[in-house]
Design a protein around this ligand. Sequence first.
Ligand code: SF4
Length: 146
Amino acid sequence: MSQTRYIVSACLAGIACRYDGRANTCPEVQQLVAEGRAIPACPEFLGGLGMPRPPCEIVQGKVVNSNGQDVTQHFLLGAQAATEFAIQQGCTAAILKSRSPSCGYGQIYDGTFGGVLVKGDGIWAALLRQAGIALYSEENLPEDLD
Ligand code: SF4
């Protein structure tokens, strides 16, 4: 039986692409990448947002940064590119950074920049879900990683 191929949030693979110029390194995800079973992608970088960049949250369907600028188009373009990449690469599952406005699934921040969580998906997670890709996170890793 062939092994699952994963698309993963690049920051979980140790790439310093977070808004604050840091990574969210997850050893299990790094190992998958090293074994060639996972491919990293950062939709915010692919959407043309620099590093570092102001933090963003989703407010009533739009993505705004902490300076109040609407960056929805960047998020959408990057999420579309990263989703197409995942499909082209034959990925059927994703391991995504929790609570990110791009990568979070099931739970994201409420748009007040006050650390309050609400139900919802980040922009990329929603597209991957629509594409039928199974979603996991660093807090909910797949059981069959060994
Ligand atoms: S967009 Fe996703 S991959 Fe990029 S830094 Fe944020 S959580 Fe990590």
